[in-house]
Design a protein around this ligand. Structure first.
Ligand code: GLA
Length: 388
């Protein structure tokens, strides 16, 4: 929805109740280039913010009420911010409600807002539609309350919201990149000490292409939790011989091999994915900095295989998309991106290859899967901000 129609819709929805200036917040979705299922293992991730975003138009209210309309569901919810925010209502509203609750607990907000939310990040597509909603809500509520928050704290607050309201035990990657992405850069994030390195990604001959399998990752929460537990189990077993290992970040393949005896083979494979993926992510960032895209692509394919075979979070449709991309001239690499079980693949290719890649997916993917994919090129974009 363009901004003029959005303003019009806001005026129609909210007659009275709020006053003052309209606040316009943008918070992007993200694509993870590499470093999958490493964030909750203290590892590295390398995502970038994309040019698809959640937009919230908001206006301060003079009471403790939030009225929030979601354009995608055509529903409006109301909840208080001057007392505990109830965990009820439609599922989509749990994300902004969780954010409101944590900002309230931190005594950063007391007053509510009228707000209209709309997004072009595909829902359940693995491009962080949830995190962008959380981050946008935090920016809007803080602005309506004239409050400030450090961006690291804001990202952590949004993660708290996701853990405690919808109940998804996510890592920190999505909220960090939505809040702190930079135009023209991917971000190498150390999920242990939360330090970041901005890696230039603005070569005019390079493209980042996303293809959505249009399989919604609905089962993801249970599977995700199971993977987290398997990683914790691996750490417990490795610790027996290597007491200094407190997360898979601290382990290498030798330590894992040395701890193999008595380890469930599935747990072994899960840990192998995480340990090798952390290494691939560091190597990827270095290769991207050196503009060695062939090396980047190799690491991406390696990541996909590891996610498919060792971590078991891919699906036939994502595998099909990667296989289609693999044979297109000019494609350096491709892999599933995000939590898995559906959602998108990300490919790195030359500018010339985008049209062929898109056409190839359009013709081959339906034959292989009976479904249609949605393919688009994207660019490394700015993190969340208020539009003046
Ligand atoms: C989801 C989570 C992230 C991360 C990825 C997998 O997107 O929200 O924290 O764990 O899955 O890399």
């Amino acid at each position: 929805m363009d901004i003029v129609s959005l303003r019009k819709k806001f005026a129609e929805l909210f007659v009275g109740g709020s006053s003052g200036e309209l606040i316009e917040v943008h918070a992007p979705g993200r694509v993870n280039l590499i470093g999958e299922h490493t964030d909750y293992n203290d590892g590295f991730v390398c995502p970038m913010a994309i040019d698809r975003r959640m937009v919230i138009l908001a206006r301060r209210r003079n009471d403790g009420l939030v009225r929030l309309h979601s354009a995608s569901s055509s529903q409006t919810v109301e909840f208080p911010v001057d007392r505990a925010v109830p965990k009820d209502g439609p599922a989509w509203a749990l994300y902004p409600k969780g954010v409101a609750e944590i900002l309230r607990q931190k005594k950063l907000i007391t007053t509510g807002m009228d707000a209209l939310a709309t997004s072009d990040v595909p829902i359940g597509g693995g491009l962080s539609s949830s995190a962008s909603f959380e981050v946008a809500t935090a920016f809007a509520l803080l602005a309506a309350n004239n409050a400030q928050m450090d961006l690291v704290d804001l990202a952590l607050a949004c993660q708290w919201a996701e853990h405690n309201y919808p109940g998804m035990p996510c890592g920190i990657m999505d909220q960090f990149i939505s809040a702190m992405g930079r135009k023209g850069y991917a971000m190498l994030l150390d999920c242990r000490d939360r330090s970041t390195r901005q890696v230039p990604l603005n070569d005019p001959n390079l493209r980042v292409v996303i293809s959505n399998s249009n399989v919604k990752h609905e089962l993801v929460m249970g599977e995700y939790t199971a993977r987290r537990h398997q990683c914790e189990t691996a750490v417990k077993l490795i610790k027996k011989k290597f007491p200094n290992v407190s997360s898979l970040r601290d382990a290498d393949m030798d330590a894992l091999e040395d701890s193999r005896l008595g380890m469930d083979p599935t747990v072994f494979r899960r840990a192998r994915h995480v340990i090798t993926e952390i290494e691939r992510t560091i190597d990827f960032a270095a290769a991207l900095e050196a503009r060695d895209y062939a090396a980047c692509g190799k690491l991406m394919y390696g990541s996909h295989l590891s996610l498919r075979d060792d971590y078991a979070v891919s699906c036939g449709e994502l595998d099909a998309l990667v296989e289609i991309a693999r044979v297109v001239p000019g494609v350096y690499g491709a892999r599933m991106t995000g939590g898995g079980f559906g959602g998108c693949i990300v490919a790195l290719c030359t500018a010339d290859a985008v049209a062929t890649l898109t056409a190839k997916i359009e013709s081959e993917y339906p034959k292989k899967t009976g479904k249609n994919a949605t393919t688009f090129a994207t660019v490394a974009s700015e993190g969340a901000h208020i539009v003046k």
